[in-house]
Design a protein around this ligand. Sequence first.
Ligand code: NAD
Length: 329
Amino acid sequence: HKTENLTQASAYERIQQLKIKIIKWGQEYYAEDAPSVTDDVYDKAYAELKMLEEQFPMLKTVDSPTQKVGDNNLKSDLAKVSHAVPMLSLGDVFSLDEVNLWWYKKGISNEYNLELKIDGLAIALVYQNGELKQASTRGNGLIGEDVTENIKMIKAIPQKLTEPLTIEVRGEVYMPKKAFAKLNQEREEQGLPTFANPRNAAAGSLRQLDSTVTKKRQLSAFMYYTVETDKLEVTTQAELLTKLANLGLPVNQTNQVVHDKKEIAKFIQEYTGIRDELDYGIDGIVIKVNSLAIQNELGNTIKVPKWAIAYKFPPEEAKTDIIDIEWTV
Ligand code: NAD
């Protein structure tokens, strides 16, 4: 959509149209676990809205989807849990050039931890004296849904840590590709609607009132974050991942510490090539400032951390586009 020479009045019109669509799609995706459009369509509309709001700051309002995290209705029957520290989204970029620009903007750090962006739903686990006490979804970032009983059905998530810590850890619940294929096949045979993708299937399977349903769905998880790093004696994101694994939590082992933007391009290209071979879905690569002290210094916006960015893979049909792109800056 062309935005050059746009008057404020026509930008306003376009912004209203985009907001209505994005809010509707968000409701279908986050609340109903049943999107009617692909992520690519959603991402394009979202990027256009963001660009228009940057061009016409007067038209940016607090109720815009660009200022909100996830599901803002929270109408499900699950009990609600408030997050003492908000659960955020991630800023996203779609090309190596954009990664590059971000790299220069964040020039105060020279060390990054690269992680796979697991295509699942965010989860917060609260352990008290090492025992799993509560699990909640991200919800709208401030208030999530209580899925404690359902989380206990996931074998990968320990009921007990290897140390008696009181700590909240966060990560992603996902449905392995094989389990997803099997579930959709069964649903088709039973004449039930199928899930659009493993992410929606994972969310639909976890956000259940009856935990025996969750049990049948073979979910798994990877943890990558805590709001209480001071309790773990770690100074970097990479050390945090090792520590979480030592506590008995499931941690994805593919992360890589890098010091050069060329290494980021290499990692992105490698996983663009082999993502289909993984047992779980990934929709991008997350680039995180490795130093926790610098992360802290950079802080967050109302919606995303300023110390991380997600590079999103191109949609399936355009997958080869990236392979030969060189750094241009
Ligand atoms: P997001 O899912 O793109 O990114 C943020 C999330 O990534 C975090 O909350 C976290 O749960 C997850 N994540 C996975 N691996 C991670 C890792 N290693 N480190 C840190 N976080 C990790 O953002 P979002 O705001 O939840 O959702 C927006 C995206 O959802 C859009 O880009 C779009 O693709 C999709 N969406 C699609 C529709 C649709 O109708 N198709 C509607 C709404 C949203």
